[in-house]
Design a protein around this ligand. Structure first.
Ligand SMILES: Cc1ncc(COP(=O)(O)O)c(C=O)c1O
Length: 425
């Protein structure tokens, strides 16, 4: 229905033809081609305006074309673009000190925090897998990890698409056609304490956990679950790895959600919002885990590149200078309250933290709702068949969110079977 009515214009059609002819089909043909952005708004190649409620899947944290990020990148590009890690440069040192300071500002994080840089979330998790291997060898006093290679992950988890991170991804439909992948990954239900405990033994090298499952539907871990996972990892000499690729760097109103719940992991995977749109990933190791790698153990040519590091520094500055963590908490709560106050019969629940929110619907019509929202000028996605995800730039304003809340009832009326909802079936 909405496919037929949504027609962004002739320029879009022409660019999409060229896309189909030349871009590999992984995501499928996109509905629009974006030309430029400013703060929380983007414009397509036909000049149509959209409020971006997805921010490139939780990436453009400080808004599109953020002047501080743009200036940092431009200055860095015209000074020094690349060194490799055979040589140092100032930006990577400064960024590591900042991330260390952020992590260590939370309770019980100690004072030994070190960072490995890569290109994104999946590669941050790959580094964490290798840290788990090194830790397994170390605690056993052996050369290799031996049988201590079991990795615990959760059903519905998303950890990326590289071979190791794909194995950790708890979605068989994304994984199975690429088997064989990594051996030894065990999947347990998220937030199920008993299953987790039953899966643990001395062969476990690490527990991987998103403190809030993003792609799995914005499922928030209970404090009890996070604490139990930490306790079990310690008991079995395994690493506790928090994948905060989606939840980190202010998305929940905290720098890192797990730390804000009083749980200290051994490794935090960070990416997405960290670069504000520039591709950077970070594996942040705490305590003994910070010293597991030795020269030659792991590497990547572009990791900690001066330009992406400069962008990340500008993101961190902006978040601090503009009190963005507070904004996320206030505006996120405001949005949740406003959506719930609609009292629309198609809305079952509004969940999440800060500005990582899912609107759960009574029917599997999230994709239809997203299409209709696009036609009305809003970018969102269907994170599950029944849930719409809202993850806007962290600088979004209540007024901007109001414009979406105003059209949401009409969208839901159109995509749900009103008769059923009213109990008239
Ligand atoms: C929690 C989590 N981990 C890892 C990834 C993979 O990150 P990337 O796409 O940058 O490799 C994602 C991406 O959505 C994610 O949400």
């Amino acid at each position: 229905m909405t496919d037929e009515t949504f027609n962004p214009g002739p320029n879009t059609a022409s660019w999409l033809d060229r896309w189909d002819d030349s871009v590999m089909t992984t995501y499928g043909t996109p509905p629009i081609v974006i030309e430029r952005g400013e703060k929380s708004t983007v414009w397509d190649v036909d000049g149509n305006e959209y409020l971006d409620l997805l921010s490139g899947i939780a990436v453009t944290s400080v808004g599109h074309a953020n002047p501080a990020v743009a200036k940092a990148v431009a200055d860095q590009v015209s000074t020094l673009i690349h060194t490799s890690n055979l040589y140092g440069h100032k930006r990577t040192i400064e960024l590591s000190e900042r991330l260390k300071g952020i992590v260590e500002s939370y309770a019980n994080t100690g004072n030994n925090t070190k960072v490995f840089y890569c290109q994104g979330g999946a590669t941050a998790n790959e580094a964490a897998i290798k840290l788990a291997r090194r830790n397994a060898a170390k605690v056993q006093g052996t050369e290799t990890a031996g049988t201590k290679v079991k990795l615990i992950s959760t059903n519905k988890a998303f950890h990326g698409r590289t071979s190791g991170s794909l194995t950790l991804t708890g979605k068989p439909e994304k994984r199975d056609q690429f088997l064989p992948l990594l051996d030894g990954v065990v999947y347990v239900d998220f937030n199920d304490l008993e299953q987790l405990e039953a899966a643990m033994d001395d062969d476990v090298a690490a527990i991987f956990l998103e403190p809030i499952q993003g792609e799995g539907g914005v499922n928030v871990a209970t404090d009890e679950y996070l604490a139990k996972a930490r306790e079990l990892a310690t008991k079995y000499n395994a690493l506790m790895i928090h994948d905060e690729v989606q939840t980190g760097i202010g998305r929940t109103g905290e720098w890192y959600y797990g730390l804000s719940r009083g749980v200290v992991p051994d490794v935090i995977s960070s990416a997405k919002g960290l670069g504000g749109g520039m591709p950077i990933g970070a594996s942040i190791a705490l305590g003994n885990a910070a010293d597991l790698f030795e020269p030659g153990d792991h590497a990547t040519t572009y990791g900690g590149n001066p330009v992406t590091s400069a962008a990340a520094l500008a993101v961190l500055d902006t978040i601090e200078n503009e009190a963005i963590l507070d904004n996320v908490k206030t505006v996120g709560q405001y949005f949740k309250d406003e959506v719930l106050a609609l009292g629309h019969p198609a809305i079952v629940e509004v969940r999440g933290a800060g500005l990582l929110i899912a609107i759960e619907l009574t029917e599997p019509v999230a994709a239809e709702a997203v299409k209709l929202a696009l036609a009305k000028g809003f970018l969102l996605n269907a994170v599950t068949p029944t849930a719409i995800r809202v993850a806007p730039p962290l600088v979004i304003t209540p007024d901007e969110l109001d414009t979406f809340v105003a059209v949401l009832p009409d969208i839901l009326d159109q995509v749900t079977t009103n008769g059923d909802l009213l109990g008239n079936e």
